[in-house]
Design a protein around this ligand. Structure first.
Ligand code: PHE
Length: 471
């Protein structure tokens, strides 16, 4: 749909539901399927999960609404939208730094996110090859020892050229949709892939529920043991909530910029965050029964989805088909998120230099390809290259971890903190009231969260993130 702004028309979502699907598509990704179960497993289950839900409600949702509100008011790329809100509120236009940092963060996350997207493509290939070799009925990788299945990931890590190639392929898919535009490309991918994703997720969860270990999973994920709620667990939960809701990288400001005036942002933000949380929980309910039933460890961290799970598919009837479907589902979710990540800097280039969309998107993707190649090679050829060795926080880390660390520990929390301060304390009250779609006490409660709770929590994340040894 074309949105009109000052006499000019701008491409935008064709309907409210298109926006909701695209925003859910941005939020739901590797963060929900790969990181959430890994974090929940590594941080002791129930305490992490319940605190996570609290973080989504008290910090994630208020910031999500603040971001979409800025975008919808501005109807432009993220930095320009912030400037427009600042202008209408008669405060300094330098607040746009919050969105400029977001553009940079989105670009950096895009670079390493597509590397992981490449791993997903690799697993899709492995399951397909297995089906061709041994048919659809048996378990995955039948007859191959467990060590060999767990070695799939390190084997891939050992092959720099393959990793760079898969990264480029995933980035190429992302570019294809972003270059086609908001309603014709980004919306299209969300409209087809998100429903397919939900069907696959529910099907695999139901399948897992019959595998026997479902009640064990439910008690693991939802039993609250207060003594397990330590500082690091809380920190992991807040960070995860941010990453999962795509906050602090100007993504929701950018997507909000394509929303029409008639959409109620309060209720829409609530739908987006509920859906994202529901998917994270479903991912837990989907993955843990499979892992428990196979008697494997829940605390495998990042290896849980890529190493532990495939090895569990071995025990299942038709495990190679279930495994293939599972990784296709992960690929869909990752693609709708990488599309959002590419859109943030693309929209900025279009606004700033008036390039046409395909050119802007290609420039960003080209840059991300280079950074991504360096990130992919940090697992092999460039393993000894520690670019920020002189900064204690990043000492000894390869390029992939540096990109992850700078964005997760610095750029995202700072971006979100500035957003909360800007909307809570500096933006014009009337403008905010008009845009947020909340009435009465809900409005006051939201304001209280944005003014006090979010900044305090975010400063806490920053301090603990920067000085880990102190706590
Ligand atoms: N929220 C996405 C996920 O869970 C990642 C993401 C972060 C996407 C920031 C866009 C912006 O995987």
């Amino acid at each position: 749909m074309a949105l009109s702004q000052g006499g000019k028309t701008r491409d935008g979502w064709s309907s409210r539901s298109a926006f909701i699907l695209a925003a859910i598509g941005s939020a739901v990704g590797l963060g929900n399927l790969w990181r959430f179960p890994a974090e929940a497993g590594a941080n002791g289950g129930g305490a992490f999960v319940l605190f996570y839900i609290l973080c989504v409600l008290m910090i994630g949702l208020p910031i999500l609404l603040s971001e979409t509100l800025i975008g919808r008011h501005g109807q432009a790329s993220a930095p320009e939208s912030v400037r427009r809100v600042a202008k209408a509120s008669r405060v300094s236009s330098h607040w746009d730094i919050l969105a400029s940092m977001g553009v940079l963060a989105a670009f950096m996350i895009l670079s390493f996110y597509c590397v992981v997207g490449g791993w997903v493509l690799y697993y899709i290939g492995q399951f397909m090859a297995d089906i061709f070799a041994s048919g659809v009925t048996g378990g995955a990788f039948e007859g191959r020892p467990a060590e060999e299945i767990e070695a799939l990931l390190p084997n891939l890590f050992g092959n720099g050229i393959l990793m760079v190639g898969l990264n480029a392929l995933f980035l190429g898919f992302t570019l294809f949709f972003v270059a086609r535009g908001v309603s014709g490309g980004i919306e299209l991918v969300a409209k087809w892939m998100m429903p397919a994703f939900f069907i696959l997720l529910i099907a695999i969860t139901v399948y897992g529920a019959f595998g026997g270990a479902f009640s064990q999973t439910v008690s693991y994920l939802f039993t609250f043991e207060p003594e397990k709620l330590t500082g690091p667990v809380m920190l992991a939960a807040v960070g995860q909530a941010f990453f999962s809701l795509s906050l602090g990288v100007a993504g929701m400001i950018t997507y909000g910029g394509y929303v029409g005036r008639n959409v109620n942002l309060g209720s829409t933000s609530a739908i987006i965050s509920s859906a994202d949380t529901a998917v994270a929980l479903l991912a837990g309910l989907c993955i843990f029964p499979i892992v428990f039933a196979a008697g494997l460890s829940v605390a495998a961290g990042p290896g849980l989805m890529f190493q532990t799970l495939p090895h569990a598919f071995q025990e299942m009837p038709a495990g190679s088909v279930v495994g293939l479907l599972f990784f296709i589902m992960v690929g869909f979710a990752a693609l709708t998120s990488s599309v959002a990540l590419l859109e943030v800097p693309t929209a900025w280039l279009i606004d700033k230099f008036r390039f046409v969309r395909p050119v802007s998107a290609s420039i960003v993707a080209g840059g991300a390809m280079i950074l991504g190649a360096l990130a992919a090679l940090s697992f092999n050829e460039l393993a000894d290259w520690h670019p920020l060795d002189f900064i204690p926080l990043f000492a000894g880390q390869g390029f992939f971890d540096v990109l992850d660390g700078i964005t997760a520990k610095l750029l995202m929390p700072i971006g979100a903190l500035l957003t909360a301060l800007f909307i809570g304390w500096f933006a014009d009250r009337k403008l905010v009231d008009l845009e947020n779609g909340l009435g009465g006490w809900l409005h006051l409660f939201w304001l209280f969260l944005v003014r006090f709770v979010c900044p305090i929590a975010l400063i806490g994340i920053l301090v603990v993130g920067i000085f880990p040894g102190m706590f």
